[in-house]
Design a protein around this ligand. Structure first.
Ligand SMILES: [Zn+2]
Ligand SMILES: [Zn+2]
Length: 246
């Protein structure tokens, strides 16, 4: 791995380590680029990175970006749910604060955003999820889709027809819009149903670009067994991983 575009620090509560700890670890492993993608702050409702802390966070991130600029490219990003009502805020982060790497990591779906991908779900939820991801990608706000297959977590049907159809919807949309898909290492570390080898085998039928995303929550996650396992999976399935996102 020479670039990682999916990183969480202590700023989003469930990460551990300061921004500079991640940057130093990344430099140590020879990474050329690192994007911080804390969960995007929301004006109202729950945020991992509270809305009020954004100015402080942005200041800290700018400082680190500047301090290490001769050694590594630090990219300002956010991992975002697709909440249509929040797209104006996402655009503000891009246009006014220089956040270049908004990634679609959709975890909460349904009209009220009250279904979580981490909970047990019926078949119809796979399609609701896939439709929302496809709509999100259509917005043009997102550089890639994080864990496109995370809806398979806690789906009792396993790799059945519905799972395949839902994944086809997402992959077809990524192909149409030329949006890279991520093989997510966080799912490997947490023993989730994603990244799903079945889903990624199926994805080979589409013309797609792939990224391995560490989804690092600790500096040492930037170059661990999960990153290796994701790279191995890509190789087994003959999927070409993009190293540096242009
Ligand atoms: Zn995520
Ligand atoms: Zn993440």
């Amino acid at each position: 791995m020479i670039a990682n575009y999916h990183t969480h620090s202590r700023w989003c509560r469930h990460g551990k380590g300061e921004l500079e700890d991640f940057v130093q670890e990344a430099i140590h492993h020879g990474l050329k680029e690192i994007a911080f993608t804390e969960h995007v702050p929301h004006r109202e409702g729950f945020s991992w990175l509270p809305w009020e802390e954004f100015p402080m966070y942005d200041h800290a991130l700018n400082e680190v970006k500047q301090r290490f600029k001769d050694q590594i490219r630090v990219i300002k990003g956010f991992e975002c749910e697709y909440y249509p009502e929040d797209c104006d805020v996402y655009r503000m982060f891009i246009e006014e604060y220089g956040y270049e790497m908004l990634i679609l990591g959709h975890h909460n779906y349904g009209a009220a955003h009250d279904h979580s991908v981490f909970r047990t779900k019926p078949e119809e939820d796979l399609f609701i999820y896939a439709e929302e991801v496809c709509a999100g990608l259509e917005s043009g706000l997102f550089r890639f889709v994080a864990h496109p297959d995370c809806v398979l977590e806690k789906y009792a049907g396993g790799w059945d027809d519905a799972a395949e159809q839902a994944m086809r919807m997402i992959f077809a949309q990524c192909e149409k819009l030329d949006i890279p898909v991520e093989i997510n290492c966080g799912g490997i570390r947490s023993h989730r149903a994603y990244p799903s080898e079945d889903a990624f085998r199926l994805s080979g039928e589409y013309k797609l670009r792939y990224l391995v995303g560490s989804d690092a929550h600790r500096p040492q996650d930037l170059n661990d067994y999960a990153v290796q396992a994701a790279e191995d999976m890509a190789e087994r399935l003959n999927l070409t991983v993009t190293q540096i996102l242009k």
